[in-house]
Design a protein around this ligand. Structure first.
Ligand SMILES: [Zn+2]
Length: 463
């Protein structure tokens, strides 16, 4: 049988990455992501899979972000009992992110039960912290060479430069005539300040490429200028700069830039609080990788004693440390998760600081539809936070210089860097407009073969 690829998620949307490969001998799930953002998307996490979880032989993860790995505990809970292959650093980061995701789901369910607003009584978490711990036990470290993950299916991991541990997945089949497949995973930037750029794609017959920013190009210098200007202005009026950041990677990139800008005298030296236990746990993993001089780390940073401390770094681990920031002397900078304001300690800072016009909120990453971050970006006058409506009087600045996703031009350049074009390129992992724009861009060149935006649930043969 020709291998079949089924698009189970990240199709017409930017979350829920799941791609099922089926051959005569094996079923392999590439990526095991959660749907996030709009409620209609989140509800899809509860929909049954089209195949029994127990019939899947192996899972392969490109990186640790929840929209790529966060469904794993649910899959294990449903009976998946095979191995999960990923890079050692993705495994480290999953150990931080997955139990936390379980804890948040338990808290959300408990909250819904207290308020009585769930349609289900009692409201149940998709999975618990304990489920997540159990799922971690299935993870196996990928080696440097391609390896057999299930009978007749081999996967190689190629550096994707997006976050620590991130990889593009190069799949080959032992049986029959099927050509190789490459799943880009999330692709980083050529100029990520901490990580080496993505490896160019190998020659494959089928390419799946992400399209988060398929419809725009980053203007790094304008974004950096906006970032600097916002900090200088806020410092001058004695306010707080609040930077909601994704716990993993974005925090490191923000700290790295703050350190550089402080050293260059472009911003004043300010106390910088990192207020997120998860971000601090991830920071420890990054520091280890830098200290160990791992090949994913930019060569000039390998072995660097501390590239992440702008001078006045304060690590707020305990809840009391977090609360103490409310009374801290200003001006100051707070970096806190989550990056799209969907949860985490950043909500407490927002509830307190959004009504204060001396505050500046700097949004540094992608803000998905349906999130508070997107509403803030779109100029909302009030935001619902912690059960009440909070007026927005703070400045809101967008500075996507810290995007760790390649933009449209960078995605196209990456595709074109393959030794020869694929027969077919599937554009995935983007909202509809972004995916369509990247399809048009790729189709106008000669480097991507036949370019298709697949529909959710679509099955294709890998002839
Ligand atoms: Zn990602």
């Amino acid at each position: 049988m020709t291998p079949i690829l089924r698009f189970l998620g990240a199709t017409g949307t930017v979350t829920g990455s799941r791609f099922l490969l089926e051959t005569d001998r094996a079923r392999v799930l590439l990526e095991c992501g959660l749907f996030q953002g709009l409620k209609e998307l989140r509800l899809r996490n509860w929909a049954p899979l089209p195949v029994e979880a127990s019939s899947i032989d192996a899972v392969v993860l490109s990186h640790a972000h929840l929209d790529h790995a966060g469904y794993l505990p649910s899959l294990v809970k449903q009976g998946f009992a095979g191995p999960v292959f990923t890079t050692p650093r993705t495994a480290d980061l999953c150990r931080i992110l997955l139990p936390d995701s379980g804890r948040i789901q338990e808290e959300d369910a408990a909250y819904a039960n207290r308020r009585g607003f769930s349609k289900h009584t009692p409201a149940l978490p998709l999975y618990s912290e304990e489920d997540a711990e159990r799922a971690l036990g299935r993870i196996r470290h990928a080696g440097a060479e391609p390896q057999e993950v299930a009978p007749g299916v081999r996967v190689g991991f190629r550096n994707a430069g997006h976050i620590l541990g991130s990889a593009s997945l190069h799949v080959s089949f032992d049986d029959g005539e099927a050509g190789d497949l490459l799943l880009s995973g999330d692709l980083g930037r050529p100029r990520h300040p901490v990580l080496e750029p993505p490896e160019p794609p190998p020659a494959v017959r089928t390419l799946l490429i992400e399209s988060t920013y398929g419809d725009r190009c980053h203007d790094d210098s304008a974004a950096l200028a906006a970032f600097v200007e916002a900090i200088v202005r806020t410092a001058a009026r004695g306010g707080l700069v609040l930077i909601p950041a994704f716990a993993v990677d974005r925090t490191e990139v923000v700290l790295y830039h703050l350190r550089q800008l402080t050293a260059e005298g472009k911003i004043p030296e300010l106390p910088v609080y990192v207020d997120s236990p998860m971000a601090l746990a991830a920071l420890r993993v990054y520091r280890e990788a830098v200290a160990a001089g791992e090949p994913e780390i930019r060569s000039e940073l390998r072995g660097h004693p501390e590239p992440f401390d702008p001078g006045g770094l304060v690590e707020a681990r305990a809840v009391e440390d977090s609360k103490a920031i409310h009374d801290a002397a200003l001006p100051a900078i707070v970096v806190s998760a989550s990056g799209m304001l969907t949860g985490g300690r950043v909500l407490h800072h927002l509830a307190r600081r959004l009504p204060d016009p001396t505050t500046t909120v700097i949004l540094v990453g992608f803000q998905a539809e349906g999130t508070r971050g997107r509403r803030l970006l779109e100029g909302a006058e009030t935001i619902k936070l912690l059960g009440r409506y909070v007026p927005v009087r703070a400045d809101v600045v967008e500075a996507p210089v810290f995007s760790v996703h390649a933009d449209a031009a960078e995605l196209a350049a990456w595709v074109a860097s393959a030794p020869r074009p694929p027969d077919t390129t599937y554009v995935v992992h983007g909202e509809k407009a972004a995916a369509a724009a990247l399809r048009d861009r790729l189709a106008s060149g000669a480097s991507a073969g036949n370019v298709v935006v697949p529909s959710p649930g679509e099955r294709v043969r890998l002839d």
